[in-house]
Design a protein around this ligand. Sequence first.
Ligand code: GDP
Length: 189
Amino acid sequence: MQIRFVTSAATIDTLPPATAEVAFIGRSNVGKSSLINALANHKQLAKVSKTPGRTQLINLFENADGTTLVDLPGYGFANAPKAVRSNWGKMTDQYLLERDNLRRILVLVDGEIGPTKLDVEMLEWLRSEELPFAVIATKHDKVKAAKKVKRKRELAAGCGLTEQEITWVSAAKGINIELLRDRVYKWLH
Ligand code: GDP
């Protein structure tokens, strides 16, 4: 994937229109930037989204074919002031509900710790709104071999999905990155 950073936006109205788009969402520290960098094969790409002031913005990346990837701000930042949290909710809700040509929402869940309460709430909300989503379990390399079978079963159950419906990845070790790249490509085309 040839991916370039295009823009950061505070509201959906200021985003350029998309032909086909896949969005990434998850709690802070889930490994979202690392995964976007791994998919793009670009070490610093999503770093831009981590610079102060931009962490609460929607970051838009463009593939060579004009399709786009969107990095939504992380949720579950425990210490954030209420105003920041409520603004986060409004902005992401609006994006997820109103964005034209949004083909799939990738919900990242930390593979080491499993779905948090906020992850489960997000999944319930996406289901209630009938939005197309897929769960990606991150940090596959952090799960000990002896625990992998059990953790895969538990994570899927916690998300209300079958094990086959979850894509396990490791940005650090490059596990299933190629597979996810193919899936993203299919969702976009
Ligand atoms: P974000 O806040 O969701 O963008 O998360 P980051 O991509 O910044 O990652 C948060 C932390 O998890 C960092 O310390 C990363 O190095 C680490 N991390 C991310 N992906 C992986 C992975 O696949 N394996 C391991 N072991 N650590 C990871």
